[in-house]
Design a protein around this ligand. Structure first.
Ligand SMILES: O=C(O)CCC(=O)C(=O)O
Ligand SMILES: [Fe+2]
Length: 268
């Protein structure tokens, strides 16, 4: 098992987990440089690096410190469904608290534990590329709400200072940290309070058999990714019974078969 017992306990209890500084300072600097160019000067980058997860950011697709956690909380077959860059200036926000409560019944987002194993639906991973302090205004969570059986109560739906729920939790972490949270955890992207921007990359991973987001990654960015990273974007199915025995959509099959298609969901 790759997660420590404490990490497993913490993720199950709260619905989120911080793995501090899994990236080296050089890796952070390279991805920040790419993010800065995407935001301010995309023409200075080759086309396949002008969006996440191309270029330096492709390191994050299959980072071992991330994948080992996903294998434990989603399962051995994981897909990457969505990726994006957050470059948030002071005063900007993503939005109100959302998610949590009985949505856990939905197999796409649901969270359950059976026979000593966590089965989370979609899991988001935030890669913070700057040092984050609790008061900065990064993603915040209503802990435990991923398992709540009753609808989120309005008294617990504010992230404003003085009005916030006693269950609202924020994190602090050094640059290069990964924050995992189940999509069924009530969370928000509140107002960013720091003078310097929040630079973060958000990924959404899911079980290989599920498909929520249609792919928004530009085809030229996909075309620039090596096969072992494209494997995380393979088509969302488990077994093909048109063959006998059934063909299983494993990572190995994808890698060993140049013809195996990625989820080319770009078409209308
Ligand atoms: O921007 C954030 O901190 C949270 C983003 C969020 O809620 C989401 O992507 O679902
Ligand atoms: Fe969200």
């Amino acid at each position: 098992m790759a997660m420590t017992e404490e990490e497993r306990f913490r993720f199950d209890l709260t619905g989120f987990l911080v793995r501090p500084a899994i990236l080296t300072p050089d890796e952070v600097a390279e991805i920040v440089d790419q993010a800065d160019r995407i935001r301010h000067n995309p023409e200075s980058l080759p086309p396949e690096q002008r969006a996440i997860p191309g270029g330096a950011a492709s390191l994050l697709i299959d980072h071992p410190k991330v994948i080992e956690v996903l294998h434990e909380i989603i399962g051995p077959d994981v897909r990457l469904e969505a990726c994006g860059l957050t470059w948030r200036l002071k005063g900007e926000c993503h939005g109100e608290l959302h998610g949590g409560g009985p949505g856990q019944a939905d197999p796409i987002f649901g969270y359950r534990v059976k026979n000593g194993r966590i089965h989370a639906g979609m899991v988001r991973v935030v890669f913070e590329l700057t040092d984050v302090k609790k008061e900065d205004g990064a993603t915040c969570f209503i802990v435990g709400s991923h398992k709540a059986n009753f609808p989120m109560h309005p008294d617990h739906m504010s992230w404003e200072e003085g009005k916030e729920s006693e269950f609202l939790m924020r994190y602090e972490c050094p640059a290069g940290s990964a924050i995992f949270f189940t999509e069924n955890l009530c969370h928000a992207g509140p107002v960013w309070k720091r003078d310097t921007p929040r630079i973060a990359i958000l990924h959404a991973y899911a079980h290989l058999a599920t498909h929520w987001h249609r792919l928004k990654i530009p085809p030229e960015v996909m075309a620039g990714l090596p096969r072992e990273k494209l494997a995380y974007f393979r088509e969302p199915w488990i077994a093909d019974f048109r063959t006998s025995p059934a063909t299983i959509n494993t990572m190995e099959r994808f890698m060993g078969n140049e013809e195996a298609p990625v989820n080319t969901d770009h078409q209308p």
